[in-house]
Write a protein that binds this ligand. Structure first.
Ligand code: NAD
Length: 399
């Protein structure tokens, strides 16, 4: 594929993209890629405010570096609009109408389960109700939509229902998740951890059934991310995020030289993908609509599968390397899910993304190893936070 051409050798025409939730982790990387490597224009929309901490949930502003006046290179191609889509502020509809493509990244998804448990209703509103007007507006105005869902929609794997000592539990055919074949198995209503997955699943079903049927012709692509990791995915409470927030990864404890907390033994298995690999997949979707429309894509790295315990141990090792310090002697400490998340927590024990469809449609494969993605991410975390966290510890010791 030559530069400036799509996968079928056709020249790529510059388009305008309305990106909702552009100021978050994924949006910031996607904006950066689009500005640096493509001719496209982005109408970036988020609830960011000037004080760095946004009005909503303490989100940090992650695209400020792209919006500063000195970044003249792409002047005019990146416009920021501060809009909360929750507020009945219909300006977002005007932006969708102006654009060729809408990418919906807005969601209450940080931090992981703790927030979902305590704020179930907000989670359902954010991941379903707030998405409905976006889907409707794209459909009515014949605008293409790339919607970000989640790997959580798969819920529990079939394997997890087998007895704990059943050897078949480890059989990968019970835990490989296929977009067009795997069932979505969610726990009981009382297990409110599944509200997020359920809300996102309903949004997917709405896109598929109500708007993408034969009589409507919404051009859509649904993305199911599997644990994307990279710089800017996190914040440190009280340093660059709200002081009552809980960050997504545990770099905070590593920087403080404290052991990482392992929920229920850290036996769950997960795959992790580097943000740059994942953003490459999204760019292929943006620039190859005919190949991406009408598909749901898993975007994850099946080769980077570890237990959460193995991940924590590797993080401690990598962090010692990038910080030039000693590895913590006991890098993990066991805690129960009830202690951390309260009653009603449940987790899927394993889930590997099948990437056959995205590979067939877009020729995409992730390449970054787990060690390399941790090294790059933790180097960023160390450079960004270590000094502030140490100062915080000095203040604590004075008290
Ligand atoms: P993020 O929290 O960093 O970004 C979401 C952005 O949406 C934030 O900047 C937030 O301010 C904005 N937003 C939320 N509500 C809004 C509203 N009402 N109006 C305007 N903006 C609003 O999350 P992310 O990691 O960038 O993820 C983006 C999407 O991908 C989310 O839908 C998330 O559920 C999904 N996802 C991500 C991962 C991952 O590994 N990062 C995994 C599964 C699913």
């Amino acid at each position: 594929m030559a530069k400036g051409e799509d996968l079928d050798g056709r020249p790529i025409k510059p388009i305008t993209i309305c990106m909702i939730g552009a100021g978050g982790f994924i949006g910031s990387h996607l904006c950066e890629k689009l500005m640096k490597e493509t001719p496209h224009t982005v109408l970036a929309l988020d609830v960011y405010d000037e004080d760095k901490i946004s009005a909503l949930d303490g989100y940090d502003d992650k695209i400020k570096h792209l919006l500063e006046p000195y970044t003249v290179e792409w002047k005019g191609r990146l416009q920021f609009h501060r809009i909360n889509i929750k507020d009945g502020d219909s300006r977002f509809e005007e932006l969708i109408k102006k654009a060729d493509l809408t990418i919906n990244l807005a969601a209450t998804c940080t931090p992981a389960p703790a927030e979902r448990n305590t704020r179930t209703r907000d989670t359902i509103y954010s991941n379903f109700m707030d998405a409905v007007p976006i889907v409707k507006c794209c459909s009515e105005n014949k605008k293409r939509l790339i919607h970000f869902s989640t790997s959580d929609v798969y819920g529990e794997t079939i394997g997890s229902y087998l007895p704990k000592d059943d050897p078949l539990r480890e059989d990968t055919s019970f835990s490989v998740l296929k977009e067009d074949m795997s069932p979505c198995i969610l726990g009981s209503i009382g297990n409110i951890r599944w509200a997020y997955a359920c809300a996102q699943q309903l949004t997917e079903r709405l896109i598929y059934a109500a708007f993408a049927g034969p009589e409507n012709s919404l051009e859509y692509t649904i993305v199911r991310p599997f644990n994307w990791i990279g710089p800017r995915m996190d914040f440190i409470p009280g340093i660059d995020g709200s002081s009552n927030g809980v960050p997504r990864v545990l770099a905070y404890h590593l920087i403080r030289e404290e052991p990482l907390k392992l929920v229920d033994g850290g036996e769950s298995r997960r795959t992790f993908i580097y943000i740059d690999d994942a953003i490459e997949a999204i760019l292929l979707m943006i620039e190859n609509p005919e190949r991406a429309n009408g598909h749901i894509f898993n975007v994850g790295n099946p080769n980077n599968e570890v237990t959460v315990r193995q991940l924590a141990e590797m993080m401690a090792e990598v962090y010692a390397k990038v910080s030039g310090g000693e590895a913590i002697e006991n890098p993990t400490v066991d805690v129960s899910s009830k202690e951390i998340y309260g009653k009603g927590y449940e987790d899927s024990h394993k889930g590997i993304p099948d990437t056959t469809i995205i590979n067939r449609q877009l020729g995409w494969n992730p390449t970054t190893s787990l060690w390399d993605l941790l090294e790059s991410t933790l180097t960023y975390q160390h450079r960004t936070y270590a000094e502030a966290v140490r100062n915080e510890q000095i203040e604590e010791n004075k008290q």
